[in-house]
Design a protein around this ligand. Structure first.
Ligand code: NAD
Ligand code: LMR
Length: 329
């Protein structure tokens, strides 16, 4: 693996950026043996704020932080990047769905996808956070035809972490007992957090919890609507937990931490047709990562009619989003 590693972050002066950058620079994301060059990308009105963020990063005196580049130029920002974290985009406000942002945020990912294909390292990996994340990743991937499709992912790890937190709270067990939590579909209110295959202490979560009504009801809706609940309470969308989930996503994918044997994690990745989902659609699946930049969609997960119905509804929403941005693909 490269040392130092070049990490480009868009929207670096935003809320998520503020919670994320110290965790990259400290080595939590990519390993304590890997130096990092941060290439921070913003739009011109946010460059002053970005300079302030960079001053703070310097003042943290992180031993692994080799250099910081600040720019509003995509070619400079993605030059030689080994990892591109596409965070910069407008967040939704109270009463909005993430999909409402699609026409405003979608075009951002055309230029970014192109620039990544042109100037980033040949081995670059991309994780999209800006909403609607799945479809923005689809736009970036479609704008970068020279790069293998599987390099483009969108983050649903926050949804997985939310589901794990709900299960651990209900079962009264340590978080580390909860495994095999798969998020299927869109990072939206239609997502399906699969409780039927989740395990607690190695046993089916359903058996441990013993309350199917709760799992089908409060559990599902709490996870699906957690983002909106945070906006309602905080007046701003999640940032600390989003940054933390991105650390998890990248650490497991390419930061040296392969998925433990028998477990899986959730990532939105281009479908390869698995489970009958349209090839190329960026859909959240249970995946197994190798910690070195590779992953595979877990095959043979048993899905009940209930689960299939939920997944189909979320995939249908992704297909609709794809139609709304057809001109950008
Ligand atoms: P924010 O408004 O605090 O910051 C966004 C930053 O992006 C701003 O500094 C802005 O100047 C910058 N930006 C806007 N357009 C840009 C462009 N074209 N290039 C580079 N930078 C650009 O927002 P935030 O809270 O940091 O959230 C960022 C995005 O992440 C939002 O779309 C939000 O909905 C999304 N989000 C996704 C998840 C997830 O789980 N996938 C979780 C939380 C937030
Ligand atoms: C989240 O899940 O917290 C983010 O996608 C922000 C949002 O709009 O909900």
């Amino acid at each position: 693996m490269q040392n130092p590693i070049r990490v480009s972050v868009t929207g670096a002066a935003g809320q998520i950026g503020y919670a994320l950058l110290p965790r990259i620079a400290s080595g939590e994301m990519l390993g304590l043996d890997r130096e990092v060059i941060l290439q921070l990308i913003e739009i011109p009105p946010a460059m002053d704020a970005l300079r302030g963020v960079a001053m703070e990063l310097e003042d943290c005196a992180f031993p692994l932080l080799r250099d910081i580049v600040l720019t509003d130029d995509l070619d400079r920002g993605f030059e030689g990047a080994h990892l591109a974290l596409l965070v910069g985009a407008k967040p939704r406000g109270k009463g909005q769905e993430r999909g409402d942002l699609i026409r405003e945020n979608g075009p951002i990912f055309v230029g970014q996808g192109r620039a990544i294909a042109e100037v980033a390292d040949d081995e670059v990996r991309v994780a999209v956070v800006g909403n609607p994340a799945n479809t923005n990743a689809l736009i970036a991937m479609s704008s970068a035809p020279g790069l293998p499709r599987e390099r483009f992912t969108a983050m649903t790890r926050l949804d997985q972490n939310r589901a794990m937190a709900q299960l651990t709270g209900k079962a009264g067990v340590p978080l580390t007992d909860v495994t095999n939590v798969g998020i299927w579909g869109n990072h939206s209110a239609t997502q399906y957090p699969d409780f039927e295959n989740a395990r607690i202490g190695g046993r089916p979560a359903e058996e441990v919890i013993g309350d199917r009504r709760w799992l089908e009801g409060d559990f599902l809706t709490t996870v699906q609507k957690r983002g909106a609940a945070i906006i309602e309470a905080r007046g701003q969308s999640s940032a600390m937990s989003a940054a933390s989930a991105l650390v998890d996503h990248v650490r497991d994918w390419m930061g040296g931490e392969a998925t433990p044997e028998g477990d899986w994690v959730s990532m939105a990745v281009p479908s390869d047709g698995s489970y009958g989902i349209d090839e190329g659609l960026i859909t959240s699946f249970p995946v197994r990562t190798d910690g070195k930049g590779g992953y595979e969609i877990v095959q043979g997960v048993e899905l009940s009619d209930f689960a299939r119905g939920k997944i189909e509804a979320s995939v249908a929403e992704l297909q609709e989003e794809r139609e709304v941005v057809r001109d950008l693909l």
